[in-house]
Design a protein around this ligand. Structure first.
Ligand SMILES: CC(C)(COP(=O)(O)OP(=O)(O)OC[C@H]1O[C@@H](n2cnc3c(N)ncnc32)[C@H](O)[C@@H]1OP(=O)(O)O)[C@@H](O)C(=O)NCCC(=O)NCCS
Length: 176
């Protein structure tokens, strides 16, 4: 793949990000916890991206290829409860034709770089047990398995399990 850059998402990325989310959600393996192939509309995504730019407690990063294509999206959002405000939750997806080229790792590095000055010391996420590529990425990056959530998500009318994983910033050096 040609080079890519990781940058903060702009409201004008809404259409490309919606398309990416629809494509990834539509893959038969059902990688994403979000919602059975349904994603927010372009308008809702644009509103969300506008709001998130003014909000200190969340961020969306994109990976943009040299040809202008948006090939990855990572969202990170701090816990609302004051007792766990040091924890932020991550959502990640990479376009099928851009996988295994370092995009996921680069987006995770952006999340770590955002977390440090934001006072977030722990990143967490849920991943389906069958999502081996994601589990491998997270484990290689330094995430640890913290728990196993039985019947935690509703998917296609069925309750499915999820693995809870977390990354402690204090146990890793600066990613920059
Ligand atoms: C999981 C996902 C984000 C990985 O993104 P990616 O850009 O392909 O990951 P990277 O290229 O940065 O991979 C970094 C490392 O992770 C591991 N990894 C990633 N994909 C892997 C795979 N299919 N099999 C084994 N290891 C894999 C490898 O160690 C890899 O390093 P290497 O290529 O040098 O061996 C991507 O496959 C994806 O978007 N999948 C669908 C959506 C999804 O599952 N999102 C996560 C939901 S929790």
């Amino acid at each position: 793949m040609s080079d890519f850059v990781v940058r903060r998402a702009e409201p004008s990325d809404a259409e490309a990000l919606t398309r990416l989310a629809e494509e990834v959600s539509g893959e038969p393996e059902a990688w994403l916890i979000s919602a059975d192939g349904e994603w927010r509309s372009v308008g809702d995504e644009r509103r969300y991206l506008k709001a998130v730019r003014r909000y200190a407690h969340a961020a969306v990063f994109v990976a943009e290829r040299e040809d202008g294509a948006i090939v990855g999206r990572l969202s990170v959002a701090r816990d609302a409860h004051p007792a766990s405000a040091h924890v932020a939750d991550i959502g990640l997806m990479v376009a099928q034709d851009a996988r295994r080229q370092g995009v996921g790792r680069a987006l995770l590095e952006a999340a770590v770089s955002w977390a440090r000055p934001s006072g977030v010391s722990k990143l967490e996420l849920h991943v389906f047990p069958w999502n081996e590529p994601a589990i491998k990425l997270y484990e290689n990056f330094g995430f640890e398995r913290e728990g196993y959530r039985k019947g935690h998500y509703l998917r296609a009318g069925e309750m499915v399990d999820a693995i809870l994983m977390a990354y402690e910033l204090s146990t890793h050096g600066s990613a920059e």
